[in-house]
Design a binder for this molecule. Structure first.
Ligand code: NIG
Ligand code: FE
Length: 405
């Protein structure tokens, strides 16, 4: 893999581009940032003499943002896929010692370098499809040293691949086996030792909890949120995936960046998220893998004006997905999002779900140069095709990271 620093600079004037609304456009990049964007006949004189990059009619979008992933883990769980096909539910698999805890065993057994290598290979698939910013959660370590290992790998991935990474501490993902029957003790450890230590090491951009019958209660979730709030760390939540726990309303009270999954979200939860400006993160890959039948309340979210993001939820158990475009397709087909909603879901709203709304998710002057050229004519094709990669070129952090122009 060539080092990111040796990739060609994207500085120059990009012409022959077509925006999602069908209008022609040009983008000037200087020192790795977007200096100007607008109509091709309105290029400012100071940008007109920059070296040219010919877009040849390519559709251009902002760099994609994958706002919910569990990308760093050891092993894989294809055996559970087979168990579920034979009729076992996600909860039954978890209770039988599989599920998250089986990835915890494999993650604890792996070295930092092994985790880096396996996560790098997965990350490369996402990047090749235009991802320019990604969230990576811990949550398969469930002990300080192993959660640290996961988060350190996430930071290394950012540096090695030249991609924006937001780390999320998900120590409250599952009860580790050594705390069997002592959920409160483990929650105390997460709040009093793990979070403060990892925060002090600069490894935590946000805090998440799996609030569910098979994971952490509402009261435990609130305790973790209080610990995060005391350290001024933003929160987000795995909320109402398998049942309505009232997690979304709680998260909204803590000003959560996002509530994710939300298949069982209540009308009160929708209202609370709307009032708090919390983003709804839709995860059709997990819905599909678990053969869920409870649809997230899309119409209510839309009516309440809650921004909807779409993400891979990449993880070895419920969503072994490495294509954000496929998730956009599934958000349309399974959840009935419109194509513009799905595209906003993997760009502007996903950036918002990570607190990156000022730097990612839109093509605008002053931002780091992150944009994707597609071999497509019509914006709807982004969500229409699946199983292919219509990328012509990716400009990531001011460099031509994929393709050649
Ligand atoms: O987002 N819901 C909890 N966490 C993951 C699943 C993790 C796993 O099964 O390993 C999710 O679906
Ligand atoms: Fe998840």
């Amino acid at each position: 893999m060539p080092s990111f620093d040796t990739l060609p600079s994207a500085d120059g004037l990009w012409t022959g581009l077509t925006r999602l609304d069908g209008q022609p456009c040009a983008i000037a990049v200087q020192d790795g940032r977007i200096a100007w964007t607008g109509a091709p006949d309105a290029v400012p004189t100071e940008c007109a003499d920059l070296p040219g990059h010919a877009g040849q009619g390519a559709l251009v979008t902002p760099g994609l943002v994958d706002c919910h992933t569990h990308l760093v883990y050891g092993g894989q769980r294809a055996n559970e896929f087979a168990m579920r096909l034979a009729g076992a539910s996600y909860e039954e698999v978890a209770k039988a010692g599989g599920g998250i805890v089986s990835s915890v065993r494999a993650t604890r057994a792996a070295s930092e370098d092994e985790l880096f290598a396996s996560a790098s290979a997965r990350l490369r698939s996402l990047l090749a499809e235009g991802v320019c910013a990604i969230e990576i959660k811990s949550g398969y370590g469930l002990a300080l040293a192993h959660e640290r290992k996961q988060l350190r790998v996430a930071r290394r991935l950012a540096a090695a691949h030249g991609v924006t990474v937001r780390t999320t501490f998900l120590g409250a993902h599952a009860l580790p086996p050594e705390f069997e029957g002592r959920s409160q003790d483990y929650t105390d450890l997460v709040c009093r030792e793990m979070l403060p230590a990892l925060h002090a090491e600069g490894l935590v951009d946000a805090v998440d909890v799996f609030c569910e019958r098979i994971a952490f209660s509402l009261a435990e979730t609130e305790q973790v949120f209080q610990a995060a709030q005391a350290l001024s760390i933003p929160v987000k939540l795995h909320a109402e995936q398998l049942s309505d726990m009232g997690g979304a309303a709680l998260a909204a009270r803590y000003g959560a960046l996002s509530c994710d999954h939300i298949e069982h979200l209540s009308p009160e939860g929708v209202a609370a998220m709307a009032a708090a400006g919390t983003v709804a993160v839709l995860l059709p890959g997990a819905y599909y893998t678990l053969r869920d039948t409870q649809l997230p309340p899309i119409a209510a979210l839309r009516a309440a004006g809650v921004p909807m993001a779409v993400s891979t939820d990449h993880n070895p158990g419920t969503s072994p997905a490495l294509s954000l475009l496929l998730m956009a397709n599934m958000a349309c087909t399974l959840f009935r999002l419109t194509v513009p909603e799905a595209i906003a879901g993997i760009t502007v709203h996903a950036a918002h779900a990570l607190g990156l709304q000022d730097s990612h998710g839109a093509i605008a002057a002053g931002r780091p140069a992150n944009f994707v050229l597609w071999d497509l004519q019509d914006a709807a094709e982004l969500a229409y095709w699946f199983g292919q990669r219509p990328v012509r070129a990716v400009v990531r952090q001011g460099r031509i990271a994929e393709g050649a122009v």
